[in-house]
Ligand binder design. Sequence first.
Ligand code: MN3
Length: 199
Amino acid sequence: MAFTLPTLGYGYDALSRSISQDIMQLHHSKHHQAYVDKLNTALEGNGRADDSLTDLLGKLEDLPEDIRTAVRNNGGGHYNHSLFWQWMSPSGGGEPTGDLSAALGEKYGDFQSFVDEFSAQATGLFGSGWVWLQPDLSLLALPNQDNPLMQGLDAPLLGLDVWEHAYYLDYKNVRADYIKAWWDVVDWQAVAERYQHAS
Ligand code: MN3
């Protein structure tokens, strides 16, 4: 069965205090759609079209060499963006509560120190990529559309897209301003649910 573009749980203009309608629309309907289309094209006729996305990404080495890079880039793109949309909400921002809050405090000292460390990794990531928060609350900065599944690690709790297409229209080259604004739409409830599920 072919992969499809997921519907957003909010309108393209719903996160505009941090990310404009123009970026959301382009990012979802053009960039994400392109990853989906190219993933489907790569898998066509390879007998792998029924594999789940997590199976494909966790075992890239099992794929025929001629489609491995396409699945890595476009399957990664589809997986990463499908989660990215769920990690943001018009009612997002603030701080996590409960177990996740306590665990972040234990690991980083306090919530702001976690934000600072994550933001520093996101700002410092050279070129295009993502920064990931893992269930053990470690951080991972990976290039392109690579994600923790490709490293044999657990699914991430949270991730931030720092490709220029994610911010350039709003923030030009100032990635740090985008990162700062992004915290204001992070859906901590969604992240906390992933944390509970992973624990
Ligand atoms: Mn993107």
